[in-house]
Design a binder for this molecule. Structure first.
Ligand SMILES: [Zn+2]
Length: 292
């Protein structure tokens, strides 16, 4: 009998302590993390699973990550092609964890062989708005009493994303040149489609582990010389050796186009968000396309 009351007492104490506690959200990559913190604000504790500076595609969760995931309320991921390990986990997570694929409802670009789909949906701010809706839906499902709060925050953030889209469209509209050389993997497919741009890249892969072929590198060098480009672009968090090689062969300068998969330690500390990254990308894009 005493033991029964003690159990009840502890249950009550635990309930009181956990009442009003923030919901715990695990985000696999940076865009999910940034969208989640803009929606959850002070009502959520959002954790980015990727340590700052780590490449996103080859990431596998550690045992410590698995503990964090199983004790969380929400796990946000970007789809089977970006985080295949979440798919493998399948139904092995406790039912208390709301697992949300935030690419739901988005039509993906397929590769030439139709074997893979391009996971980089967040590079298009309009598709990012759909991702934000999916994040808000996961929050509302996991914490229904605050659903209106989350949906309202999502609305405010989507408004900022739409303004970003309008700015990109406006500032690129008077530039005739629509193609550029990007030395990274195929990150900007959705961005290029939205803004009518062509990214020439030595890679043919949606993931950065492939090596560019010498033939493709030579073709790009010829193209740059013929066009007289002043700049070529490299991607974040990966040694830009292909970019440096092409730049030295063509006397071009290199500029960053940030794919936003993850941030460096310095960027993370500075509190940079997805919109800041895209604004920086726009500045660099204009410089390159205008050959300034
Ligand atoms: Zn990628």
């Amino acid at each position: 009998m005493i033991r029964f009351f003690i159990t009840i007492l502890f249950t009550l104490i635990f309930t009181v302590i956990s009442f009003g506690e923030n919901i715990k959200v695990i985000a696999t990559i940076f865009p999910n993390y940034d969208f989640a913190r803009n929606i959850g604000k002070e009502k959520a504790e959002v954790i980015l699973l990727l340590p700052p500076g780590v490449e996103a595609h080859s990431y596998e969760p550690t045992p410590r990550d698995m503990v964090r995931i199983t004790t969380s309320d929400i796990l946000l991921y970007t789809g089977e092609d970006m985080e295949p390990w979440v798919h493998r986990l399948g139904g092995n997570l406790p039912s208390s964890v709301t697992v949300s694929d935030i690419s739901q409802g988005i039509e993906k670009i397929k590769d030439d062989d139709h074997d893979h789909t391009d996971p980089h949906i967040w590079t298009d701010p309009i598709l990012a708005m759909q991702m934000v809706d999916n994040v808000a839906a996961a929050f509302a499902e996991s914490d229904p009493k605050n659903s209106e709060y989350y949906i309202e925050n999502a609305k405010i953030y989507k408004n900022k994303l739409f303004k970003l889209h309008q700015k990109i469209e406006r500032e690129l509209s008077d530039i005739d040149k629509r193609s550029l050389v990007f030395s990274g993997h195929m990150v900007f497919g959705y961005f290029a489609k939205r803004y009518n741009l062509t990214f020439l890249t030595p890679y043919r892969s949606f993931s950065p582990d492939a090596e560019p072929t010498p033939k493709r590198m030579a073709e790009l060098i010829t193209t740059i010389k013929k066009r007289g480009d002043s700049y070529i672009y490299f991607e974040e968090l990966i040694d830009p050796k292909s970019a440096k090689l092409i730049a030295s062969e063509t006397q071009t300068k290199i500029l960053l186009l940030h794919g936003a998969h993850n941030l460096s330690k310095e960027e993370f500390k500075s509190g940079k968000g997805y919109i800041d990254i895209m604004e920086d990308n726009l500045k660099n894009l204009k410089r390159g396309l205008k050959n300034e």
